[in-house]
Design a binder for this molecule. Structure first.
Ligand code: AMP
Length: 422
C-alpha cells in the first residue's frame, strides 16, 4: 500500500546562514589556503586540525561565560549519553586543549600552529556573517616575547596582502594583565554607574557582567559618554606598557601601519596584553576581517600550567568578499578523449586512465554526445588535445590550438602529448 507522495514545489534549501562552496568558490579558497600555507609555513607554523565538536565546558571556560558566543551563539547538543557537546565556535580553545592533551609543552617553545577549519555560531545571518563559516588561524603557544606578537601581526598582514584584501586598517591596543584589567573594570563600572541614565539599555544591563562592551555600543548617547570614560591603555603596568611599546616598535620597523584603538574590545574574554583587528572598508557592517591577541591566561583556565600565548583568526568569507579581484589560476585540461564509434569505449576509458597516470589532466566523454558535440565540449573546457578513438585502436589526435590533426596508434598518444608535439 502506498500513500501518494506529497507534491513538492520547492527543493530543499541549505539551512539559513550556511552556504555551499561551489567549484568556482572552492578554487578561490584554494588560493587562500595556498597563501596561508606558504606564509605561515615559511615562519615555522605547522598545520593542526581539531574536531568539529568539543565538550561544551571547553568553550564555557575557555571563551568565557559572559561572552555573546557562550551566552547565545553556541550550537550545543546532548550526545545521547548525557554529555554536552558544542560545535566549535572558535579555534583557540580547541588548539590549547590539544596542546595540553598531547603534552606539547615538552616540545621546543613556542609551539607554532595554524588551521583552516569551519566554525559555527548561531548569529543573525547577513553579508559576511554566517552560521557556519571558515577561519584561517594561527597560534604561538609558549612565548611571552613581544617579537611573537609582532611576528603574528605581520604574518596576518602579509596573508591579507597576498590574498588582495583591500583597504585594510589595523587597530591595535593592549588590555594589560588580568589584575590591571580587574582594577580597571571596577573603575569603569563606577564610571558607567555614575552615567547610568545616559546609557543604552543593553549597555546598562551589562555593567556588571561585561562593562568593557560599553565601548562597542552604536548608541549615540552611550558613545558620547564613553568618550570621557577611563581608558585601559592609561592604566597599564610598567611591564605591560613596555611590552606594548616593543610590539609597536617592531611593527613600525616592519612598516606595518596601525591605529591605536583604546576601545578595542575583542569578543572573547581571555585576551591579555596585545589585541588587534584588521578591518576592511569593503565589507560594510561586518568590517572585521581578522583579529586576535595575546591570551596568557587561557591555558591555566584549562587546568594547564601558566603558559603565555598569542594568536589570530581571519574569516575566509570576509577575505574573499574584500578581495574581489582574486581570480584562481585557470584550470588546465591536457586531453579530452572522444569516441568516434561506440565500440571505442574500452580503449577510450583506458587511454584516459593511462594519461592521468602519466600526470596529465585527462577527461573522458561521459554524456554520449555526437562526435561534433564532443569536439564542441572539448573546446568549451579548454582541452589542449582531443584524442578521437576510432575502431581497432586507431586514434586521431587533434591539437586544439593549431587545429592540426594526425593519426596515431593508441600507444603513441601519451608520449606525443608529453613531448608537446601532438
Ligand atoms: P573572532 O573569532 O570573532 O575574533 O572572529 C575572527 C574572524 O572570523 C572575524 O574577523 C571574521 O572575519 C570571522 N568571523 C567571525 N564570525 C563570523 C561569522 N559569523 N561569519 C563569518 N565570518 C565570521
Amino acid at each position: 500500500m502506498s500513500a501518494s507522495a506529497p507534491s513538492r514545489k520547492r527543493v530543499i534549501q541549505a539551512p539559513r546562514g550556511t552556504f555551499d562552496i561551489l567549484p568556482e568558490s572552492a578554487a578561490r579558497r584554494k588560493v587562500v589556503e595556498g597563501q596561508a600555507e606558504k606564509i605561515l609555513g615559511a615562519a615555522g607554523y605547522r598545520r593542526i586540525e581539531t574536531p568539529t565538536f568539543e565538550a561544551t565546558e571547553l568553550f564555557a571556560r575557555g571563551v568565557g561565560e559572559a561572552t555573546d558566543i557562550v551566552q547565545k551563539e553556541m550550537y550545543t547538543f546532548d550526545d545521547g549519553a548525557g554529555r554536552s557537546l558544542t560545535l566549535r565556535p572558535e579555534g583557540t580553545a580547541p588548539v590549547c586543549r590539544a596542546y595540553l592533551q598531547h603534552g606539547m609543552r615538552k616540545l621546543a617553545q613556542p609551539v607554532k600552529l595554524w588551521y583552516l577549519s569551519t566554525f559555527f555560531r548561531a548569529e543573525a545571518p547577513q553579508r559576511g556573517r554566517y552560521r557556519q563559516f571558515w577561519q584561517v588561524g594561527a597560534e604561538a603557544i609558549g612565548s611571552d616575547r613581544p617579537e611573537t606578537d609582532a611576528e603574528l601581526i605581520v604574518l596576518l598582514a602579509d596573508l591579507l596582502d597576498a590574498v588582495g584584501v583591500r583597504h585594510d586598517r589595523l587597530l591595535l591596543s593592549s588590555l594589560g594583565t588580568p589584575e590591571t584589567r580587574a582594577e580597571y573594570r571596577e573603575e569603569l563600572k563606577d564610571f558607567l554607574r555614575a552615567h547610568e541614565d545616559e546609557l543604552a539599555e543593553e549597555v546598562r544591563n551589562r555593567i556588571e557582567l561585561n562593562p568593557l562592551r560599553a565601548f562597542d555600543s552604536d548608541d549615540p548617547r552611550t558613545r558620547a559618554v564613553m568618550r570621557d570614560a577611563p581608558k585601559l591603555l592609561d592604566r597599564l603596568t610598567e611591564r605591560d606598557a613596555e611590552h606594548f611599546a616593543q610590539v609597536r616598535a617592531l611593527l613600525e620597523d616592519a612598516g606595518v601601519r596601525y591605529e591605536l584603538d583604546p576601545a578595542l574590545v575583542r569578543g572573547l574574554d581571555y585576551y591579555t596584553r596585545t589585541v588587534f583587528e584588521f578591518t576592511s572598508d569593503e565589507l560594510g557592517a561586518q568590517s572585521a576581517v581578522g583579529g586576535g591577541g595575546r591570551y596568557d591566561g587561557l591555558i591555566e583556565l584549562l587546568d594547564g600550567p601558566p603558559t603565555p600565548a598569542v594568536g589570530w583568526a581571519a574569516g575566509v568569507e570576509r577575505m574573499l568578499l574584500s578581495a574581489r579581484d582574486l581570480a584562481p589560476p585557470a584550470e588546465l585540461v591536457d586531453l579530452f578523449v572522444a569516441m568516434a564509434e561506440p565500440d571505442g569505449s574500452r580503449t577510450a576509458f583506458e587511454l584516459a586512465r593511462e594519461a592521468r597516470r602519466a600526470g596529465l589532466q585527462a577527461q573522458l566523454e561521459l554524456a554520449g554526445r555526437s562526435l561534433k558535440g564532443q569536439l564542441k565540449h572539448a573546446d568549451r573546457i579548454g582541452a589542449r588535445f582531443v584524442a578521437i578513438v576510432g575502431s581497432n585502436g586507431h586514434v586521431s589526435l587533434r591539437d586544439m590550438g593549431s587545429g592540426d590533426q594526425r593519426e596515431l596508434t593508441v600507444q603513441d598518444v601519451i608520449p606525443a602529448i608529453l613531448r608537446g608535439d601532438g
